[in-house]
Design a protein around this ligand. Structure first.
Ligand code: GCB
Length: 630
């Protein structure tokens, strides 16, 4: 019965949430609040704040005490009932108890437990956590000075995978999804002086989750992105979209959404450098649509990644952003950036530092990765296979790299499970909500290598529609698969009709054929759309030299790249590629004890930062391509 009630609660909660978050992303006015992701948390949180870094905030990053809890002692009682669902709501580690006196019984102690750095995955911070999957409790103690009439939000950039969050011993709520941000309204819940926040992070893999149990990347657990406490006025700017209208270089369109308003307010939008200054009025729901003519403007492009300072002010609140303005469209087999045909000279990336292994830990790590991409003469990156951090996207804006952004709908997930779909759709919507003002993002990818079946086609078709409803100014794509008939390599996927690009992964010369015979194959593409290859590649152990027929050698990888260019450029519709992958990365699936040892070696750069031969071959290819697309 208890189970049934919880289940019904969740279902209702998910439906309401899905509708509201869809409205938020598409700019439709909606009530100030939306439920958090699960039923047991009664707290409601408003729609995600746009541009958290532009708000007044305190960072809760730093060293957090942690307790490894493989049996979830701190969450369930011995009858396996969650403490936070009991009558008192007490008994879990989130109480952060210390013995009252020598007679008191307490079997945990945060103060005496070790610390780890947040943001940071746990696997890279202690040897015994390298392979750990399960629950870890993390605690931070901080001071606050809450002021009357202000709103406070506790904001998490990302926690992998399931987070239960408690403030001063009381549950705020929970969230699923390892790569998207979430927040809780903590107005009226902060103490003056000492506070403590406790997070139960659980990175256990499950069949019905997004991603599912099987992936070719490391399942880094923990609080992997910033934790911030934001302070906002009573009425504040909750969200905004300020972008060029679809295919229109002469008009900015979007919206500003206020929260906390009871009456219409005036909103001022200034883009001083472009001579734009306008005032709009909100409707009764605190929302104002904007439509501003553009007279003279330098459009954002990889060659000139011009960002304008955009100031928004309303009701005593103000926020500034740096926004680039560009259009992106397809016409036949061309991709048009600001109306001009481009070739996407790309490379794929994971959110992982190969040198100090673990998730990227800050801007310096991110710059290193994007700088390597630029050294390849890239103008484009595929941020695989899940949302990378907001800072990464902001850097791409600044450094002039176009972006393919993706959600972890990867391989064989539970196509018929409605909760799995809700989860995927929520992660996609939250990604789009967060990054909708980034000029660098030109493609929303709804998944990778999902095998064709009726159930999958329905699931992915709905996801494509969600992406389009949320944002009509960018392209929608997915990394599809190929099949072979004789020497023909064929892309045939009903999903392709719903996408803007013909994008697929093909491992000619590695998972099928080899460097000797791969040129006997040719691609048969029936769609009149731009072809953007999302993956090809070969494993090579840096420093291992042999001839071009010897697997794992740098020469094999190099020859494979050269032959790939021959095969791919034979396609008239080829407009871009993101070979797999910029740097070697960790994966539990990669078991060869000598060549791999838990590393996928398809990087063009090794785990010690050494550039392999194929790096230079790809750079030369891109130098040539660039000349043709001047
Ligand atoms: C793929 C996957 C990617 C893998 C890669 C490989 O098709 O999309 O996640 O890492 O192949 O190395 O096999």
């Amino acid at each position: 019965m208890q189970g049934l009630r919880t289940w019904l609660g969740s279902a209702v909660c998910y439906v309401v949430f899905a509708v509201l978050s869809h409205m938020a992303a598409s700019g439709i006015a909606f009530a100030q609040t939306r439920p958090t992701a699960t039923a047991e948390a009664q707290t409601v949180a408003p729609a995600l704040l746009q541009n958290i870094y532009g708000r007044s905030h305190t960072s809760l990053n730093g060293r957090w005490n942690y307790i490894i809890d493989p049996y979830e002692m701190g969450y369930y009682d011995y009858r396996r009932m969650p403490f936070d669902e009991s009558a008192t709501g007490k008994g879990g580690f989130y109480d952060d108890r210390a013995p009252k006196d020598k007679n008191d019984w307490v079997e945990y102690n945060f103060d005496l437990s070790p610390t780890m750095k947040i943001p940071g995955d746990w696997n890279s911070q202690a040897e015994k956590l390298q392979l750990y999957e399960g629950t870890i409790w993390l605690r931070q103690v901080f001071d606050a000075e809450p002021k009357a009439g202000k709103n406070y939000f506790l904001y998490f950039g990302a926690v992998n995978y399931e987070a239960h969050v408690y403030l001063n011993g009381k549950k705020l709520g929970s969230h699923k999804g390892g790569f998207t941000p979430f927040q809780f309204d903590v107005t009226g819940k902060l103490n003056k002086g000492k506070n403590f926040v406790i997070v139960k992070a659980d990175n256990t893999r499950h069949q019905h989750e997004i991603p599912t149990v099987n992936t070719d990347w490391w399942n880094y657990g923990g609080i992997t992105r910033d934790v911030l406490l934001a302070e906002l006025p009573a009425t504040y700017i909750n969200d905004y979209k300020i972008q060029l209208a679809k295919g229109n270089l002469k008009r900015i369109e979007g919206f500003v959404q206020l929260a906390g308003v009871r009456k219409p307010e005036e909103i001022k939008i200034n883009i001083a450098e472009a001579g734009i200054s306008t005032t709009v009025k909100t409707d009764a729901n605190g929302r104002a649509a904007i439509s501003i003519p553009v007279e003279k403007m330098t459009y954002w492009s990889p060659e000139n990644p011009k960002l304008y300072k955009v100031d928004i002010a309303a009701a005593g609140d103000s926020v500034s952003d740096r926004i680039g303005f560009r259009t992106i469209e397809t016409r036949g087999q061309d991709i048009l950036l600001n109306g001009k045909s481009i070739f996407l000279r790309g490379i794929s990336l994971h959110d992982e530092n190969p040198l100090i292994v673990g998730r990227l830990r800050g801007q310096a790590d991110m710059r290193m990765m994007l700088q390597w991409a630029k050294e390849l003469n890239s103008n484009y990156v595929r941020l695989a296979h899940y949302p990378h951090s907001e800072e990464m996207l902001r850097l791409a804006d600044e450094m002039g790299l176009l972006v393919w952004a993706e959600v972890p709908v990867y391989w064989t997930i539970s196509w018929t499970n409605p909760d799995t779909y809700q989860n995927a759709s929520q992660q996609l919507t939250d990604l789009m909500l967060r990054d909708k003002n980034r000029a660098s993002v030109i493609i929303w990818s709804i998944g990778n290598e999902t095998p064709v079946s009726d159930a999958r086609n329905v699931f992915m078709g709905k996801l494509a529609a969600t992406a389009r409803n949320n944002d009509d100014t960018r392209l929608v794509a997915a990394a599809l698969e190929v099949h072979r008939e004789g020497h023909d390599v064929i892309v045939e996927d009903p999903l392709a009709d719903k996408l803007d690009l013909v994008s697929f992964n093909e491992y000619a010369g590695w998972y099928w054929s080899n460097t000797k015979e791969m040129l006997d194959y040719r691609f048969k593409i029936k769609y009149n759309k731009p072809v953007v290859i999302t993956e090809f590649g070969a494993d090579a152990l840096a420093g291992y030299h042999a001839d071009g027929d010897t697997r794992w050698s740098e020469e094999y990888q190099d020859v494979l790249y050269q032959k790939q260019f021959k095969m791919l450029t034979a396609m008239p519709g080829l407009r871009g590629m993101t070979p797999w992958i910029l740097v070697d990365f960790r994966s539990p699936r990669r078991q060869h004890p000598y060549f791999q040892d838990f590393w996928n070696r398809k990087g063009l750069i090794s785990d010690s930062g050494k550039k392999k031969k194929a790096f230079f071959t790809l750079k030369n290819f891109y130098d040539d391509v660039q000349k043709k697309y001047q």
